[in-house]
Design a protein around this ligand. Structure first.
Ligand code: SF4
Ligand code: SF4
Length: 350
């Protein structure tokens, strides 16, 4: 991959960026080597390859139209059929003697494992959420710790998302300003990136249900400080009132989908699109109206599949009747993975 292609893929990572599909050898695999499945989003493929460095295995890249694992699964693009196609087209059954594939955990909201098994004879398991945990997962004989099941919305993740998630929005406004108001461009650039950094750093601290709510509170704080400085320096808190108003707009642009990209909450952008009547926008938004999770205890057989796939630790241990329990029910952000994987239809989103 050229440096330009890498840079474009990185800066516009919220847009599809397809890599080649098919079966690829990593190291010197043989017919007993493990098979890792992933989506053909170029950044993901690169990360999985990096995690597998120094190991022998097979990488089966399914065609998800260049969309990352989580978005493709939630949007109905990373499905059992995609995996079945990849297995059949690559003739995986002729390359390995075992019949097991390791799926990315975040594919759980889209992939029906039973269908894969029925159609291909390959049994599938969900690996860790983060590709970087693959070595530890393999070293532990494919036993997952709780940490491997969770999505980590930590500082590193936020740093990773900071430039690519904000750059396209910045670029659109910057291009418009370059044409119609060049003198405002330096101010916009400074406030936009300052606002984005502030929002990312305080996303877990500012009390609001939506990213836009957090953007509003942050903009109010920012404007108050600025008005206070003007008051002291110029005796007039509204000396730069136009820029105070514009700051709210900038914070809203920077906080466009804060909740959906750097915290375990539902995407504000997806909710907005659904309210506007879109069930799809390309392949980026799901058709489902998602809500909180509810359990029908009578149906539960205590298989543990829900706990296995929930990326935010909603489920606890089985109770004395061998039924699943909730450890943090309110943390559910409606990804649908547990509903999809429950073999008894004991779960539903309400
Ligand atoms: S996946 Fe369904 S049946 Fe299995 S433990 Fe969870 S709720 Fe119960
Ligand atoms: S409990 Fe909620 S967040 Fe967890 S897997 Fe189910 S739908 Fe997703």
């Amino acid at each position: 991959m050229s440096a330009t292609s890498f840079l474009i893929g990185y800066l516009f990572r919220w847009l599809p960026h397809a890599s080649a599909t098919g079966l690829f050898a990593v190291g010197n695999p043989d017919d007993l080597s493990p098979v890792f499945v992933t989506a053909n989003f170029s950044l993901t493929v690169r990360r999985v390859r990096k995690a597998l460095r120094g190991r022998d295995g097979w990488l089966l890249v399914a065609d998800t139209k260049g969309i990352n694992v989580w978005c493709a699964a939630a949007g109905g693009v990373f499905t059992a059929n995609r995996v079945i196609d990849a297995i059949k087209v690559s003739r995986l059954a002729d390359r390995v003697r075992h019949r097991e594939i390791i799926l990315p955990a975040l594919a759980a909201s889209g992939v029906d494992r039973e269908a894969i098994s029925r159609e291909t004879g390959f049994h599938s398991v969900f690996g860790p959420v983060h590709a970087q945990d693959i070595p530890a997962y393999m070293n532990a004989d494919r036993e997952k710790s709780d940490a491997m099941r969770r999505f980590r919305f930590d500082f590193k993740h936020k740093l990773d998302m900071f430039v690519p998630m904000n750059f396209p929005l910045y670029a659109v406004v910057a291009i418009v300003l370059a044409v119609v108001g060049r003198e405002a461009l330096p101010w916009f650039t400074a406030v936009f990136w300052g606002a984005a950094a502030f929002l990312y750093l305080t996303v877990d601290l500012i009390p609001a249900k939506t990213g836009w709510g957090q953007a509003f509170i942050s903009a109010a704080l920012f404007s108050s400080v600025w008005a206070g400085i003007d008051w002291i320096a110029a005796g007039d808190p509204l000396a730069h009132w136009g820029r105070l108003v514009a700051s709210f707009g900038v914070f809203f642009v920077a906080g466009f989908d804060l909740a959906g990209t750097v915290s375990p909450r539902r995407s504000d952008a997806e909710k907005l699109m659904q309210r506007m009547g879109f069930t799809r926008f390309g392949s980026q938004f799901s058709e489902r109206q998602l809500g909180g999770i509810a359990l029908d205890r009578d149906r539960c057989i205590g298989c543990g599949a829900c706990r296995e796939v929930c990326p935010v630790g909603v489920y606890g241990e089985l109770d004395d009747d061998r039924k699943t329990t909730f450890a943090a029910q309110s943390a559910c952000f409606g990804c649908g993975a547990c509903v999809k994987q429950c073999p008894e239809n004991a779960l539903r989103l309400v």
